[in-house]
Write a protein that binds this ligand. Structure first.
Ligand code: GLV
Ligand code: MN
Ligand code: MN
Length: 397
């Protein structure tokens, strides 16, 4: 999978609904078809690969993650959870294990949010947190919308069954690299994830006026870039968190018209804001929206909310199943909250959900140098398999 969209620097660029994403999905569907699994797609492009159970009407035990990447992404973020899930399905076949419930592997559409904002778009739509039509109308920087890009992708995939939006299953367990340094620092094999911190995403627009760079005195300018820089500095100082728990990032920043001799007339940037405490997150979000309205340095400012996702606690019963599976394999584990966001967050509102983390080197992620050790990846996949089976048998006991 890492060959698809390989950058040549050790990582991948396989952003949602690009030709590379399509190739990754096609490869996965080939692997699934070889094993006789059926595949379906929902209206926002989430893919579902199903290993049949003996009682098809029962709700499935689910796993999954994403194949899309950041523009300079690593080889493990998302991909690991998808391939660990496929490994579970194949292992059950290889060992002749039949289950009553179907088992489903989900590949969520646009988890990363780098081409189309916000992140976790596919799961948010499946869970009803973002309206389908709004998501389909979301534009990339070239003016292509999700609906068009998705139609193009589906036309290039083998024929898929269509299914409605639905985030309900019997249980959902997602495996992922930790993307932070804690498991490695604590010398632990597995992270038992009990929840995910909250995430708000805002799009801010600063409107000035284009002017000639050689003739326009500074006092006459409405320079949208100067205004945006001072706005960001002001936000950072007003929301400063002495505990360093709050995460504030401006990762996308566009200057228009983007010419060296024209005073910028417009700047658009995205804010990614995260905190584990819902009140702290909400209050900080309100402060940011207040600061991003009205006038800054002679320029008009407005902000739009792209996502307001509150912190989520996973289902204690499923978390306990993961914990027990880890203990039975005599792996050293640590209970933790996820700093990164995941599609499991939206599943958690509809399906009993948990996550399994494995360590990654120095916690490096969203970086082409991302790396995880084979033995850690294998241990995580084993715990995933054990926990998916255990969650089904727990029901019978
Ligand atoms: C997921 O990719 C995140 O940004 O947390
Ligand atoms: Mn991920
Ligand atoms: Mn990611």
């Amino acid at each position: 999978m890492a060959e698809i969209g390989a950058t040549g620097n050790g990582g991948v660029n396989r952003q949602a609904l690009t030709p590379e994403d399509t190739s990754g999905r096609r490869l996965l569907l080939e692997w699934a078809a070889r094993r006789g699994y059926t595949s379906a797609v929902d209206p926002i492009g989430n893919l579902f690969i199903r290993r049949a159970g003996s009682r098809p009407a029962l709700s499935p035990v689910m796993t999954g993650s994403h194949l899309d990447s950041q523009p300079t992404g690593g080889n493990y973020d998302g991909v690991y959870g998808v391939l660990a899930g496929l490994e579970v399905l194949e292992t059950l076949d290889d060992f002749g294990v039949a289950t009553e419930r179907p088992i489903e592997l989900v590949v969520w559409m646009n988890e990363e949010g780098s081409r189309f904002s916000p992140p976790t778009m596919g799961s948010a739509v499946a869970a009803g947190a973002i309206p389908l039509d709004r998501a389909l109308a979301t534009l990339d920087r070239n003016g292509v919308n999700v609906g068009e890009a998705l139609a193009m992708q589906i036309a290039q995939l083998p024929p898929l069954e269509r299914r409605p939006l639905d985030a309900t299953g019997f249980a959902y367990i997602e495996a992922h690299i930790e993307q932070g340094p804690i498991l490695e620092d604590e010398n632990c094999d597995i992270g038992i994830v009990s929840g995910i911190q909250g995430l708000h995403a805002y799009q801010v627009e600063v409107r000035g006026a284009e002017a000639h760079a050689g003739t326009t005195p500074l006092r006459h300018r409405k320079d949208a870039l100067v205004a945006a820089m001072s706005l960001i500095a002001r936000i950072r100082s007003e929301i400063a968190d002495p505990l360093d728990v709050l995460r504030f990032t401006v990762g996308k920043f566009e200057v228009a018209p983007g010419a060296s001799s024209t005073v910028p007339g417009k700047v658009t940037f995205l804010i990614d804001l995260r905190h584990p405490d819902p009140d702290h997150l909400a209050q900080t979000g309100e402060k940011i929206l207040r600061l991003c309205s009205g006038q800054v340095e002679n320029c008009g400012v407005s902000a739009k909310v792209l996502l307001q996702s509150t912190p989520v606690q996973f289902d204690e019963k499923v978390v306990a199943v993961v914990q027990e599976a880890t203990a039975r394999r005599q792996l050293k584990s640590l209970r933790m909250i996820s700093g990164a966001t995941h599609d499991a967050k939206y599943m958690a509102g509809h399906t009993p959900t948990a996550m399994i983390f494995v360590p990654c080197e120095k916690g490096i992620s969203h970086n082409e140098a991302e790396h995880a050790r084979d033995e850690d990846l294998a241990a995580g996949a084993q715990v995933l398999c054990d926990a998916m089976l255990a969650v089904m048998s727990a029901e019978k006991n």
